[in-house]
Design a protein around this ligand. Structure first.
Ligand code: UD1
Length: 430
């Protein structure tokens, strides 16, 4: 069942051309949706990508009693009632890791929250210890029973100082939001510095929050009151992973590809790596123009928290390196399990040796051959699409609706518009 992509590859030719427009950032939009819990009035969200993860976040909000209005494509408004339910609807929350960012604002505003251990992509163990430790430090009591967490802070959360043992994106955002409604001052040290965190902080600040230091390792929040949505619509920043994925695809297969509505500054690590590999990348204020080179030089990459090389672009980059002349190393430092997709690339003809769960050696250049693939997760799913475009012959990618569609808006139509031979088949129609 589900949706399948059928892609006829270019067999290594450089045939892509035209323009692709980047959508609003999934990882920013999801947090802005959770932040609506901090508002006393109606709040409007714009440039929201129309993707499954967004739909599920809104379903969670509605399931708890919020009013959500889908005004037009990309534009939503939300009113959170005073008696919002404090239990996240289990079936949805269980399947979606990002649902955990709701816990901070709900607990801070309503004094209680319960939720299942959240799922998400199969990219290794994804613990929630930092969330629980943080809630306890802010004065809450945490209980876990039958896979359900219940966190209670009857008298509200208290500002505190914490040092995150991992620079986690969602932990930083969850506590930044919780602290807006907590009493007193919260200091988050070793905070993550991703641009999505800055985007969220700017939105909250515009609506009355007192936050300094977002985008640096120390964020300080003075809490205490609800935010005001009136006159302060949120506009989602461009998706740097969407842009980076098209950039890497262009570096492999474009005569000339123009990536518009993006912010090249958010992709410096990727652009730098591609240029070292010999790719012609031109940047303007909100645009990137890329042309695939005749030959690609091998390079080593190591994923890192922002501003380092993003783990979410590791899989597309690994596909890219199969086309370089020589040996490249890929070191995935953030998630173990995120290199497992390379087995399928090897089955397409790539020469990839797994050194340990965090490191692979890629020997190029290999001619990739089209195959039947099952997308294991969102980001590796898109990497398979890129591999299929580069490969010779037909590839069939299953599971598209439960992986790729979660995070990339209208990807097949956008690819077709720049010259990719791609079809979507809805197998539930058979
Ligand atoms: C976010 C992004 C995801 C991206 C990742 C890293 C969203 C919705 N998702 O995921 O696309 O791949 O950042 O850039 O924004 N950790 C703990 N304990 C915890 C929480 C996390 O040890 O309680 C660890 C994780 O196992 C991982 C590291 O922290 O090793 C970083 O993960 P984290 O930044 O939390 O990833 P997410 O925020 O889930």
């Amino acid at each position: 069942m589900g949706n399948t992509f059928i892609i006829n590859g270019f067999g290594g030719e450089r045939k892509l051309r035209g323009e692709v427009k980047i959508t609003g950032a999934k990882n920013a939009a999801l947090k802005a949706i959770a932040a609506t819990v901090l508002f006393g009035d109606k709040v409007t969200l714009e440039n929201i990508p129309e993707i499954d993860d967004v739909f599920r976040m809104f379903e969670l909000l509605k399931g708890m009693g919020a009013e959500v209005e889908h005004r037009k494509a990309g534009s939503y408004s939300v009113v959170v009632p005073r008696n919002l339910a404090t239990e996240l609807p289990f079936e949805i929350a269980k399947r979606m890791r990002a649902s955990i960012v709701f816990t901070g604002p709900i607990l801070a505003r309503f004094g209680e929250v319960s939720f299942p251990h959240p799922g998400g992509c199969l990219i290794g163990s994804r613990p929630v210890d930092l969330f629980m430790e943080g809630f306890e430090k802010m004065g809450a009591k945490v209980a876990l029973k039958d896979n359900k967490y219940t966190v209670v802070a009857k008298n509200g959360l208290k500002g505190t100082e914490f040092f995150l043992k991992n620079q986690s994106v969602t932990v930083t955002e969850t506590f930044m939001m919780a602290a807006v409604c907590a009493k007193g001052t919260t200091v988050i040290k070793n905070a993550a510095m991703e641009p999505e965190i800055v985007d969220l902080a700017q939105f909250l600040i515009k609506c009355g929050a007192k936050i300094t230091g977002a985008g640096t390792p120390t964020i300080t929040i003075k809490g205490g009151k609800l935010l005001v949505g009136k006159g302060h619509p949120y506009k989602t920043m461009p998706d740097r992973i969407d842009a980076g994925s098209f950039l890497i695809l262009g570096a492999l297969a474009a005569k000339e590809l123009r990536i518009t509505n993006c912010n090249p500054i958010h992709l410096e690590a990727v652009i730098e790596s591609l240029r070292t590999a010999g790719v012609d990348v031109e940047t303007k204020k909100t645009e990137i123009i890329v042309r695939a080179p005749a030959t690609i030089k091998p390079i080593d990459i190591k994923t890192h928290e922002y501003p380092g090389f993003p783990t979410d672009l590791q899989a597309p980059m690994t596909v890219f390196l199969t086309q370089a002349d020589g040996e490249s190393k890929v070191f995935e430092t953030i998630f173990e399990g995120r290199l497992n997709f390379t087995e399928a690339l090897a089955a397409m003809g790539a020469q990839i040796t797994m050194m340990d769960p965090h490191r692979v050696l890629v020997r190029g250049k290999s001619e990739l051959r089209g195959r039947k693939l099952t997308s294991p997760d969102l980001r590796a799913g898109l990497a398979f699409v890129i591999a299929a475009i580069v490969a010779k012959g037909e590839s069939v990618i299953h599971n598209v609706d439960t992986t790729i569609d979660r995070g990339y808006e209208d990807v097949d139509n956008r690819l077709r518009a720049i010259g990719v031979d791609i079809k979507r088949i809805d197998q539930s129609e058979f």
